[in-house]
Write a protein that binds this ligand. Structure first.
Ligand code: ZN
Length: 371
């Protein structure tokens, strides 16, 4: 006997194909959705440490309550967008359990284990249970995952619902989504859906750049290790694949909370410390910079080329991730990584984006007093 639900589900959410052999790109492709054209999701890898430490610093500056609220809103937007990217419209109710199971399996495969199990209660109450979840295992801030759960359930039910978070990570994580919770944040689908030309802006067009490393090469050369629970390691640090819109959502919400300057400064500092743990120990600074840019290329950030003009670094990222959101969060990280690689403090003096050419050019200048 064919499992009819499974059969329909697989027809709608056709198995995804991952593309990891193109430098600068990590893509997952769903070959069919509701009988329409294929959908593409571009992802880039981030360091867990950067996200968790940003959360910890945020708690220190605005307090637990505000930080929880901020990251809940981020999570809800991200969860809703996650499904907008996949199927685009609300699936039939009878597929709900199948779809949730599928989402959870996917997340677990990337080390996001806040929901190893989902309990379906009456009246559309859902309890997500897990432990040792990435990010909140370090920050104990599980609100973004509660928000995420609220976002996906809101999408699947076709009405806004909220979730409450009971994170005691790494020991256990519990999230309860309940339609009877008071609505505190209504997502705006129009502002979350992918831009029309998302696929064309974010897929490789030519076969050039094969002299740059791809993600598959890092795996082949044992630079990336994968643990049992789907946790990816680069050297000794955990990296997590995020859809490219997520960092923009994070940045946007920090802006809305009046924390634009804070996120820039703090992300730069955290990123510098993070790269210090990864960088090759060499006195050849140019070699260090090349290693940094090659690694980021392989992690899906686009294809990095750079040149020096005296002390100024002119960095061009071809095929950088383009979404409806800003690229600022990545730029703050880049600034920190460069500071680490070159053992000096740099500042951004100019950013030129050229969307039709799918490239961004960033110029960095050393701060005089730190050399
Ligand atoms: Zn947790």
């Amino acid at each position: 006997m064919i499992n009819i639900k499974r059969y329909i589900f697989e027809k709608l959410f056709h198995p995804q194909v991952a593309i990891i052999n193109r430098p600068g790109f990590i893509l997952s492709k769903t070959s069919r959705r509701y009988g329409h054209h294929a959908s593409i999701k571009r992802q880039i890898f981030y360091f867990e440490d950067i996200v968790s430490k940003l959360q910890i610093e945020t708690i220190n500056i605005i307090g637990q309550k505000e930080a929880s609220r901020l990251w809940y809103l981020i999570g809800k937007d991200v969860g809703y967008r996650y499904l907008l990217m996949g199927s685009g419209k609300k699936p039939p109710y009878f597929l709900l359990d199948q779809i949730l199971q599928y989402i959870v399996t996917n997340l677990n495969g990337a080390g996001l284990t806040f929901a190893k199990e989902i309990i379906f209660e009456k009246n559309d109450v859902f309890i997500f249970k897990g432990n040792n979840n990435l990010v909140c295992r370090q920050s104990s801030l599980g609100d973004n995952f509660a928000g995420f759960a609220a976002g996906i359930i809101s999408f699947l039910l076709g009405k806004n619902v909220e979730a409450k978070c009971y994170c005691k990570c790494p020991n256990n994580c519990k999230i309860i989504v309940d339609p009877s919770h008071t609505i505190t944040y209504i997502v705006d689908a129009e502002k979350l859906k992918p831009i029309k030309n998302y696929a064309s802006l974010n897929t490789p067009t030519t076969n050039e750049n094969y002299d740059f490393p791809a993600f598959s090469k890092l795996i082949a050369f044992d630079k990336i290790a994968i643990q049992k629970e789907g946790v990816f390691y680069l050297d000794k640090l955990v990296i997590i694949p995020y859809e490219i819109g997520i960092s923009g959502i994070i940045n946007q919400k920090y802006d809305e909370f009046g924390l634009s300057k804070f996120i820039g400064t703090v992300t730069k500092e955290i990123s510098e410390k993070t790269w210090n743990q990864i960088k090759i120990q060499s006195n050849d600074k140019k070699q260090n910079l090349k290693f940094l840019f090659n690694t980021l290329t392989a992690l899906g950030w686009g294809i990095f080329r750079h040149k020096f003009e005296d002390d100024i670094i002119e960095l061009t990222i071809k095929s950088y991730p383009i979404s409806r959101f800003s690229f600022n969060f990545e730029i703050y990280q880049l600034n920190g990584f460069i500071n680490s690689a070159l053992d000096n403090k740099y500042e951004i003096i100019k950013i030129d984006t050229n969307e039709s050419n799918k490239s961004i050019k960033i110029r960095f200048k050393p701060l005089k007093d730190s050399s």
